[in-house]
Design a binder for this molecule. Structure first.
Ligand SMILES: [Zn+2]
Length: 168
């Protein structure tokens, strides 16, 4: 869908990228998310899997925990979650559970040629579960992809089969 709040999403994604850098600096995967409601940031999160040893400590889940704690409610209706990466299935469902209606995402798993989520795009999960979650992308894709690639553990996937010329 077209983004009615493109300017504010660009600013918020700047904050997300700053959180990505902080995560990378402390040794975590540089992915971050910020939750906004009524023009105010109500939650921030970044991946803490490595430093906390918690496989559920993805950026979006951390941001949802922060926002729900601050709001004093698990109901984040009316909020938008902005994430540097396309939320994985676990995070996408946490977003649904929190009743967040809109996601702004930039780097895509497929766009970075990642295969660890198979052929998952978030739109498939939305369709499968009849979710009404809105998805906006393309705000700062190159910056978010660069942040992800800056991680010490990032391994660049090989070019897709289709782009490799056949050799006999
Ligand atoms: Zn996730």
């Amino acid at each position: 869908m077209t983004d009615p709040d493109a300017e504010s999403h660009d600013i918020i994604m700047g904050e997300v990228l700053e959180l990505c850098r902080e995560a990378g600096d402390r040794g975590d995967c540089p992915v971050a998310a910020v939750i906004v409601r009524d023009g105010l940031i109500i939650g921030r999160g970044s991946n803490k899997l490595a430093t906390e040893g918690d496989p559920t400590a993805h950026a979006e889940v951390e941001a949802i925990r922060d926002a729900a704690h601050r709001a004093g409610s698990p109901d984040l209706s009316g909020a938008t979650l902005c994430s540097a990466m396309e939320p994985c299935p676990m995070c996408a469902w946490a977003i649904e559970e929190a009743k967040i209606g809109r996601v702004v995402l930039d780097a895509r798993h497929a766009g970075m040629r990642r295969t660890d989520y198979g052929n998952y795009p978030i739109e498939k999960l939305i369709a499968m579960t009849c979710s009404s979650l809105d998805v906006i992308d393309g705000v700062r894709v190159e910056d978010c992809e660069a942040a992800r690639r800056a991680w010490k553990n990032w391994v660049e996937p090989p070019p897709s089969i289709g782009s490799v010329s056949a050799k006999h």
